[in-house]
Design a binder for this molecule. Sequence first.
Ligand SMILES: Nc1ncnc2c1ncn2[C@@H]1O[C@H](COP(=O)(O)OP(=O)(O)OP(=O)(O)O)[C@@H](O)[C@H]1O
Length: 803
Amino acid sequence: MSLTDQARAAEKQRVQEVTEKITVKITELEEQVGLVQSDVVEIRKHYWDEVTMDMSTAEDAVESIASMRQQSEVLSERERTHRQASKTLGKLRKLVQSPYFGRIDFIERGEREEEAVYLGIASFLDEEAGQYLIYDWRAPISSLYYDFAPGEVAFRTPNGTVEGQMVLKRQFVIRDRHIHLMFDTGVTIGDDLLKQVLSRSSDAQMKTIVATIQKEQNRIIRNDSAQMLIVQGAAGSGKTSAALQRVAYLLYKHRDKLSSDQMVLFSPNPLFNHYVSTVLPELGEENMQQTTYQAYLEHRLGEMFEVEDSFTQLEYVLTRGGLEHVSERTPVMEEAYEARLSGIYYKSSTAFLAVIEAYKKQLEQMGMLFNPIKFRDKEVLSAARLVKQFYSYDSAIRLPNRLELMKEWILGQLELFAKVEIEEAWLDEEIELLSSDEYHRAYIKLRKMEGERDSSFDDYDQERHLLARNVLKKHLKPVRSAVKQLKFVDMIGLYGQLFREGAVAAKRELIADKPRYWSEICGRTLEELAHARLPYEDATPFLYLMEAVCGFQTNSAVRHVIIDEAQDYSPFQLAYLKRLFPRCRMTALGDLSQAIYSHASAYSEIDPIAALFGPDQTEVIRLVRSYRSTREIVEFTRGIVPGGDAIEPFTRAGSKPRVIQTTDRGSLHSLLAAEAARLLDEGYASIAIITKTASEAELAHQALTPLMQVPLGRVTKHSPTFESGVLVIPSYLAKGVEFDAVLLYDGSHHQYGHENERKLFYTACTRAMHELCIFALGDPCHFITSQPQDTYVLAGSAEDVLS
Ligand SMILES: Nc1ncnc2c1ncn2[C@@H]1O[C@H](COP(=O)(O)OP(=O)(O)OP(=O)(O)O)[C@@H](O)[C@H]1O
């Protein structure tokens, strides 16, 4: 719809006026912030001058404390004002460059006058006129912009629904205070603007989408009713984008009671953390806490074990136990591999979670294991004695509470032990080795105990006793502290017991439906535990058992948990997170088609996740439109996964994916290098050469580096960030991120010949925004050849392509 010249001129004029008003406000605020800052500095500098401290009498003391409190209140009030003003200033500085992106004219039912509502990343009030010149995109009325085309409309407010007519919907692109683009639109959010946004080059960091949020994404962002919001959406459908705008929305809506540090985002890897870390600051909000599940496991178990990470496990699975290139694989090797797969699957299932629950119940009656309490070479309390003590408590008392009683009892026993141990000769030797400092300290202490009498170390017995007590106390400290941390519970033994034949008479029945290769699984688990190694598949069950026995650690401060790539979590892991954050709401975003791990995915059936909060508290939203890739790429990739035909491409055209077949690695590398150079020439900023595994990435990087005209980056699981340019990245680390062009390193049948590699292949291909080119060393895999011929171009042999 074209705008009249008059309308254009009026909008230009308005932008000028609004940015001028914002500029004035910025100047005012800068002054205010400066003043408040000097106040804060002054108060800090003269803090104690203003406080009268006199502790002579009780009354003076009370007065002194009151004066101190008053002074700190003044200081915190100034600091708060400073923080608030700086935050507003930050928002205004963004706003002045691009004050708004949308306008809707709305007439409320029963009213005659229409109101023009301009939407930006924050609201701006003209204080003199008492009128909002810009509305925050998160304000209730702003939802009209995302949800409706002009016509009959309605929006919800805390006081009820407001109905009316939208008579105009206009979009703007304003940069550096100038209107670059402006048009009226009939559809929800004009496809033209979205097409323009999506055609731009990708970036090493994600961008906000507030100007072009789609209706179905708005449902995710503004959902405030579900305790558990499950988003199941196609690759590139905007799950992560919607989740980040949702965080901004919730921070706005609940600004009196919710702060960014009460929200936690679980990301698939540290690289992804960096990738999304600029979205909220771009919207003028502080970032929420960001972590990975792996970092949490490390934090809890890293002291006890060498904890395997999920990527090492995946690498094992994808390289078939590191035997990928071994020509003569024996049946034993094959079996060990299959056994581990079966173990991975079983240990992440809800069936195993139920086994652990049942095991915990059983431990209430029998089967607890303890580490003996040792001091030097003596056993203070044997494991058997601890077991006896444990089961002497009332069996109705919960395990963690009984362990608390045990803890007190053991500390008491250590006191008794110390009374006898103090006579031992080794203490005399230690006393002789005391430094003069330590000796002096002991003397002072003795004087204090003696009531400051001028006693000296004239009584040998007294002196020896005192010094021995000090020395013994020092040596017993680590033992006492281990007891306080419940380290006397033999957690490794307890977990191992689940896999040990006949360890506890009844427990074998706990595992009624044993998975395939059960005895191999048991053997391997016990061996790993014996070497203080914890395979990734054991980490969550181990932690769960530890908490069931010793007491659950919870974090009640966190009110909202967002789990991205939720399909990569097992139902067990999600259940664990739910327990860890008992007061939180959850948003889980996932795509079953990208479930690349061998364990059961929480997304394979919605039921187990819905059960976490109950069906009444759970809502599922599906996104089927894919925004990232061109229509041609989506038409090709959607055929790879079951149910993919439901994925709708967005109408952005590009060229068809190409498949280039070669027969030797030398020409594969020359072709890849030539293709990367061509894409750079065409102006693409980010080009990813995606390999299946990290070991393949290392090989590819080595071989390609000398052939490239630009520096070739390489992403590993330790990379905290990535830059634009050309880089080599293993498929599973490319999750969640995107590139202008993807060159799939080797999509041959040899590399992607197994059914369980389908989703990995799909994930890798769907990282491409504008160009996808798949190389194949030998025959292309059947995930390609089973696609309709017209969805890709087969570029013959290497010679054809080069010529
Ligand atoms: N409403 C929108 N307006 C503009 N861009 C959008 C919109 N929705 C999604 N996009 C863009 O589409 C791309 C994919 O979005 P995003 O990464 O959030 O998808 P995803 O569903 O999390 O993808 P995946 O599961 O494949 O990682 C991003 O470049 C994002 O900016």
